[in-house]
Design a protein around this ligand. Structure first.
Ligand code: IPE
Ligand code: IPE
Ligand code: MG
Length: 224
């Protein structure tokens, strides 16, 4: 039995959740934020050191402008409403992805949140924003090349996740079985867990189910 230290989640299915209820997609995203809130608290209680959530991909800019701006507003509201709790609960917030390319007001709030939680030593909540693994690996490789040799170790040390524990478990909701450009490098030996549950319906009990499945897996890393 082993306990996962670092879990990452591709939070998918907000749109389908809304469509099934004949509601606008944005309502699905709002309910998705509520699922995030429940889960962040639960993950901490379950003893995870790090939780990484895929919130906005480098490809999500292809969505209609009104959906992109609704997602940015939800993100701002989430930071404004939950930052005090993160500070109080010793959670260190981290962003992976090129978040400086987001709208200026979002960047400002993110930097405030990063600064206010920078010295926290409890669990880490990493949010992937304007994140694409191919972009991350290319940026890391460029920095590694500037410093000298390009090796798996030097690239790994320059990834956005360099200060997180190794990825143990990668979860995707909504029945899609693909990585959609998320943590391609870090997933090399992560365990994968897929569920048909749509993100707004994902509860701490589902996370417990995934962690229990993880604990039963035998990780061999190519050895025997
Ligand atoms: C995931 O839900 C949230 C984001 C990508 C921001 P989707 O919006 O992708 O929901 P579906 O896949 O259309 O159901
Ligand atoms: C992946 O979901 C991105 C996030 C959850 C933020 P998508 O819904 O964008 O992925 P595809 O388009 O189905 O691959
Ligand atoms: Mg989707």
């Amino acid at each position: 039995m082993s306990q996962a230290r670092h879990v990452a989640i591709i939070m998918d299915g907000n749109g389908r959740w809304a469509r099934q209820r004949h509601l606008p997609r944005i309502v699905g995203h709002q309910r998705g934020v509520e699922a995030v809130r429940r889960l962040v608290r639960a993950a901490r209680a379950m003893g995870l050191e790090a939780l990484t959530l895929y919130a906005f991909s480098t490809e999500n800019w292809r969505r209609p402008e009104d959906e992109v701006s609704a997602l940015m507003s939800l993100l701002k509201r989430f930071i404004l409403s939950d930052l005090d709790e993160f500070v109080a609960d010793n959670v260190r917030l981290k962003i992976i992805g090129d978040y400086r390319a987001l709208p200026a007001d979002v960047v400002g709030l993110i930097e405030e949140a990063l600064a206010r939680t920078a010295r926290n030593t409890g669990s880490i909540l990493a949010v992937a924003l304007n994140y694409g693994a191919q972009d991350e690996i290319a940026r890391a490789a460029a920095r590694a090349a500037e410093k000298g040799a390009i090796t798996p170790e030097t690239i790994g040390a320059e990834l956005d996740t360099a200060d997180l524990p190794p990825l143990d478990l990668l979860i995707r909701t909504s029945g899609e079985v693909r990585l959609s450009n998320f943590l391609l490098w870090q997933a090399a030996y992560a365990e994968l867990w897929f569920t048909d549950v749509l993100w707004p319906d994902f509860t701490p009990a589902h996370l417990e189910e995934a962690l229990a499945a993880f604990a039963r897996r035998e990780r061999r890393y190519g050895g025997r």
